[in-house]
Design a protein around this ligand. Structure first.
Ligand code: ATP
Length: 514
């Protein structure tokens, strides 16, 4: 675990050193849980967004996109339930003055018990070797059974308290389990209080009578309130979907783990409108499609798992998370929710407008049901970054830091490098750049020894380096070096385009989704 934390620290500093992610307002000592994307980060982020957008809007003829405003009529947040219920339970430690989410303190405590169970299993697996039967061990080992019973009981108590919004119950769990503050090490806790996560601001001048508006905490509501517009103007027929990418804001109580939990972040959400009664069929379909989208990136199938929700929001009738193995454990990257007709019905009620669909096949009108897929761009970015980072030991004893980014997502697709800065090689290299730059993000670099330049490109995940040498001037061939294998091949300049395209095009990734 400590080793993993070390790796994570290295990834965070790598992200800064190579222009991926900077702390916000750094020269003023930063702003907590807000980050800026640098020159390479913005490209990687845009490529992730393009992959998602195209997979939704190009591959599904019944999904279209919108881009709604961040500010919306405040009644929307009343209707959606966010004004009254978008809360986290918070608790303070009186000694350290640190504030925590009560539910997270308990979840972390449960995770520690899980770790203990895993340790027992790992120990036994080592002892028994090939003959080890994990299921049997779990069912019979006294220590594991005892830990598991303790865990299950605690989990049940926790779920009950959360479902009942029982703040005193949550506090009692913290007291009974003797959970201490990680900073002060004491159990000197305050009461648990509800804290609304929405940011507020004023719209209009006070003289006119200003109005309190919210920075949207999710992009989904912009889709719901435009449902009728899109359905009518696009002549959409159910089932159909509306996709949107945009900023969302949450005043998170505890911001930690770098860009995993931010106060300003970006979401990619798609609401799929279906017939009542067909929602669970579509829910499993979208569960499958979304996991396939993740796995197509080749980051490692074993790094994903579903986590079905036990505690369902009052409007949902099924919900699952796609979790990814981050250096700090399996964490939610995407949520897939069957939201029933809750949101549309609420907007119908609060706005007084009829939001119904006339189904010509059934010859009846109804409020559509909704399946939502909601993924955080920044969390997706983090999962790609973490799983691509490697400190690779080379045969010659050296170490290189390489980002094995999926080629279509890489900020720079190829770098053109003249071997030396004379003899017409820079001019020839520029000629190649001028050919490739229309289709691929292409870098030109002539400074430093060639080995050093390769390393710099490895560190930002550039899939190909093209080296121009004296032979290039004679036979119009170059060396094409591949990032992961470091294999170098001599290829004619006129084949470069096809060779690069084959590996880096987004289409090659999208084809895997068929
Ligand atoms: P969590 O339980 O981690 O707070 P959530 O269940 O509240 O997340 P949703 O409301 O389902 O998250 O939001 C959908 C997606 O938006 C999440 O899967 C995540 O990728 C992203 N997301 C949510 N909150 C944040 C945040 N503070 N920073 C970055 N991404 C976020």
């Amino acid at each position: 675990m400590a080793q993993q934390e070390d790796v994570f620290k290295k990834i965070v500093s790598h992200a800064k050193e190579y222009g991926f992610v900077f702390p916000s307002s750094e020269i003023y000592d930063g702003l907590s849980a807000v980050y800026d994307y640098g020159q390479n980060g913005v490209e990687l982020k845009n490529n992730i967004k393009r992959y998602w957008w195209d997979s939704m809007t190009l591959l599904h003829e019944n999904i279209v996109g919108i881009d709604s405003a961040i500010f919306m009529h405040p009644t929307i947040w009343k209707a959606s339930g966010h004004v009254d219920a978008f809360n986290d339970p918070l608790i303070d430690n009186r000694d350290s003055k640190k504030r925590y989410r009560a539910d997270v303190l308990i979840e972390d405590h449960i995770a520690k018990i899980d770790e203990k169970i895993d340790k027992e299993i790992a120990k036994a697996a080592k002892r028994f070797g090939d003959s080890f039967d994990e299921a049997q061990f779990r069912a019979t080992n006294g220590r594991v059974l005892e830990l598991q019973a303790k865990r299950d009981e605690l989990h049940q108590r926790f779920s009950d308290a959360m479902n009942a919004n029982d703040l005193e119950g949550l506090r009692q769990i913290i007291v009974d389990q003797e959970i201490v503050c990680p900073i002060s090490g004491t159990k000197n806790w305050t009461e648990v209080r509800q804290f609304n996560l929405m940011f507020k601001t004023e719209m209009g001048s006070t003289a006119d009578g200003s109005m309190t508006v919210y920075l949207r905490p999710e992009t989904a509501q912009g889709i719901f309130v435009n449902y009728l517009n899109v359905q009518k103007t696009g002549r959409m027929r159910i089932p159909f979907g509306i996709a949107q990418i945009g900023k969302a804001f949450r005043n998170e109580i505890v911001a930690r783990q770098f860009i995993f939990r931010m106060r300003e972040f970006e979401q990619m959400e798609m609401q799929f409108f279906v017939r009542p009664g067909e929602e669970l069929k579509w829910f499993s379909q979208w569960k499958e499609w979304r996991l396939k989208w993740h796995k197509a990136l080749g980051l490692g199938d074993e790094k994903y798992r579903y986590h079905d929700h036990e505690k369902l929001a009052h409007y949902a009738n099924a919900a699952t998370d796609i979790e990814f193995q981050m250096p700090f454990g399996f964490k939610e990257v995407e949520g897939i929710h069957s939201r029933t007709n809750f949101d549309l019905s609420q907007h119908e009620k609060f706005s007084g407008k009829k939001i119904q669909y006339f189904d010509p096949e059934l010859n009846e009108s109804y409020t559509p049901y909704v399946i939502e897929t909601s993924i955080g761009v920044d969390r997706m970015f983090l999962s790609v970054l973490c799983s691509s980072y490697e400190e690779e030991k080379l045969e010659n004893g050296e170490t290189r830091v390489v980002l094995h980014l999926p080629a279509p997502l890489a900020p720079v697709k190829c770098a053109v490098l003249p071997l030396v800065r004379k003899d017409g090689l820079p001019e020839k290299a520029r000629e190649i750049v001028d050919e490739l730059k229309f289709d691929f993000a292409t870098h030109y670099e002539e400074k430093d020894a060639i080995g050093k330049r390769y390393r710099r490109q490895d560190a930002i995940g550039t899939p190909f380096c093209i080296t121009v040498d004296h032979q290039t001037l004679e036979d119009n061939t170059v060396t094409l070096r591949e990032r992961d294998s470091m294999k170098q091949t001599r290829v004619p300049v006129d084949q470069l385009h096809a060779l690069i395209h084959d590996r880096v095009s987004l289409a090659s990734l999208l084809r895997k989704l068929r």
